[in-house]
Write a protein that binds this ligand. Structure first.
Ligand code: GLN
Length: 303
């Protein structure tokens, strides 16, 4: 497969598509990002890198980080994490509160904010230095020791945390947060503020395409855990647009309101896109279109 030519074609064709959406306004610091940034990076399972556009510029990975916190929690708690969070698509917005009430504080899945906050609570309990240990995990799986939090973004999210604080307090009232709410939120805002380039993001997700092994050969999860995490991404990775995303793209993937997407074809490649303009569901419009072009042109999708 000539990925270089294909990425070039996708990049050119994407530029002719109608411009849809705008940068996220929910975190003030993210409104400063140039909406017209656009990058794609693909790493093949053989470890060959292909990048185009702004693929070497850092951006806020936001909810894409939720896959990596679940991976870390999964690695030491295994199936026990599902006692506190479900594996069903929510059909609601990523920051919705409604389901929590009638489902008694058990979030539908770990990719909506409520679920990710429960996973953050697990990590706060299990890690000695939660924020630093999580960062070290990311640096290890990506092979990139310079990956870091953006403290301004974390602070900006903290300053406007009303909805996430409501979710966390609501979860606490059901006994599904065991640590101090502010401590858990602080961890969650930092995980979301992590910045990566498209290349670093694709490298971080490599183990999910490689039966649990990172590029450097470290076994992070078992084959079976990887199957489960990829299945969750497929069914829940784009919130209430997961069906539409699956229909168009046909690869497990995860989006974030920083405009990033990471997606993968097991045993073949990992691809990441970055375009900060979001549609009304909070997913990157151009990123989804670029991935649709990729699976259409290559015929490489899990379906
Ligand atoms: N940090 C964001 C929030 O909690 C993440 C949401 C997202 O990327 N969809 O609202």
């Amino acid at each position: 497969m000539n990925y270089e030519t294909i990425l070039h074609e996708i990049y050119q064709e994407s530029k002719t598509l109608p411009i849809i959406g705008n940068v996220s306004i929910s975190i003030p610091e993210l409104t400063k990002v140039d909406p017209d940034k656009f990058g794609i990076h693909l790493i093949s399972i053989e470890g060959e890198d292909f990048g185009i556009g702004d693929s070497n510029e850092k951006f806020s990975i936001q909810s894409v980080s939720k896959v990596l916190t679940v991976a870390l929690a999964f690695s030491f708690l295994d199936e026990r994490i599902w006692e506190r969070v479900g594996v069903e698509p929510s059909g609601s917005a990523f920051n919705s509160l409604v389901q929590l009430e009638y489902e008694k504080g058990i979030p539908r899945n770990p990719f909506i904010n409520a679920g990710a906050i429960v996973i953050a609570d697990m990590l706060v309990t299990h890690l000695e230095n939660p924020k630093q240990d999580f960062l070290d995990f990311i640096r290890m799986i990506s092979g990139s020791p310079t990956i870091d939090f953006n403290l301004k973004v974390a602070q900006s999210e903290k300053d406007t945390r009303f909805r996430n604080a409501a979710l966390a307090n609501f979860l606490k009232s059901f006994g599904n947060i065991t640590n101090d709410v502010e401590m858990v939120l602080d961890f969650y805002f930092h995980q979301c503020s992590i910045e990566m380039t498209c290349k670093e993001l694709a490298h971080s997700f490599f183990f999910l395409a490689n039966e649990g092994k990172t590029i450097s050969g470290i076994q992070v999860l078992t084959k079976s855990q990887v199957k489960r995490l990829n299945a969750l991404m497929q069914t829940c990775g784009f919130y209430d647009e997961s069906g539409e995303y699956t229909y168009k793209v046909g690869l497990p993937g995860k989006s974030g309101i920083g405009g990033g997407i990471a997606a993968l074809y097991p045993k073949n490649f990992v691809v990441s896109t970055w375009s900060p303009r979001l549609n009304e569901k909070g997913n990157s419009d151009l990123g989804m279109n670029a991935l649709e072009l990729l699976t259409t042109k290559t015929g490489m999708s899990i379906f």
